[in-house]
Design a protein around this ligand. Structure first.
Ligand code: ADE
Length: 242
């Protein structure tokens, strides 16, 4: 997969080169390009924003600069990339979105600052490529960069050869619609707290059942709305007895 990010703060994306993602880039599992939006300005001030039509506080990012940047980064060759625009006014990003995007060949993230990007940029791009405006949660960040980092990490770890152990992605919270339960490692007793007996029993059926019950209980306590969203037949008889 190739991922491009357009931003006025390229250094904000430096964490992409760290740790697991950095290794995936080194091993050519993913290619990442970070582009400075100001490279497509033509004035001495390298201005990227202007005051909003209709008045109001804040500034809006200029369509001319974004238009040229997207033309250059997205190109015209098929398959066109999927363009992602992080914004608190977007549809919610979730694990299902990450899974869906993980089969794309190219993703381009357009990170806005200020009050946002002139809407015509998004509407114009949508005539040539799939475009999604997405939010990572119901809070407001100062720009799309951190949101892009979050989404890129969630997608990249699903790609083959990025995670050391592919089972980790399969056993995630949300992969079965439930939150993952607690986990433990050595020592057996720490500060007077013992690891649950069942996990040391060697009885794998009992361990699976215990984990499932813990996941159900945690989901019920922390995110009850997730239980209501489970597809028909997702809970078996033993689950429902919980
Ligand atoms: N930009 C500012 N806030 C955001 C959010 N919550 N999600 C995505 N992009 C954003």
């Amino acid at each position: 997969m190739r991922i491009d990010v357009i931003t006025i703060f390229p250094d904000y994306l430096n964490p992409l080169r760290e740790a697991l993602l950095g290794k995936a880039i080194e091993r050519d599992r993913i290619a990442v390009g970070v582009h400075d939006l100001r490279d497509w300005t033509h004035d001495v001030h390298r201005a990227v924003d202007d005051s909003p039509y209709g008045g109001g506080p804040g500034m809006v990012m200029k369509p001319q600069v974004w238009g040229e940047a997207l033309d250059a980064v997205c190109g015209t060759e098929e398959p066109m990339p999927r363009l992602v625009v992080p914004t608190p006014a977007g549809r919610p990003f979730d694990q299902a979105t990450a899974i869906r995007w993980s089969s794309e060949q190219r993703l381009v993230f357009a990170c806005g600052r200020y009050e946002g990007i002139d809407q015509r940029v998004i509407d114009d791009a949508a005539t040539r490529m799939p475009v999604e405006e997405v939010s990572i949660g119901d809070y407001v960040l100062v720009g799309g960069e951190v949101a892009a980092l979050v989404m890129i990490e969630a997608v990249a770890r699903l790609l083959p050869g990025v995670l050391g152990n592919p089972l980790s992605a399969e056993q995630d919270s949300f992969s079965d619609g439930l939150l993952e339960g607690p986990c433990y490692t050595r020592p057996e007793v720490w500060r007077g707290r013992a690891v649950p007996d069942v996990l040391r029993s060697g009885n794998h059926a009992a361990i699976d059942r215990w984990r499932r019950d813990q996941a159900l209980e945690r989901t019920y306590r922390r995110r009850p709305e997730l239980l209501a969203e489970l597809p028909e037949g997702a809970l078996d008889k033993r689950d429902r007895a919980q």
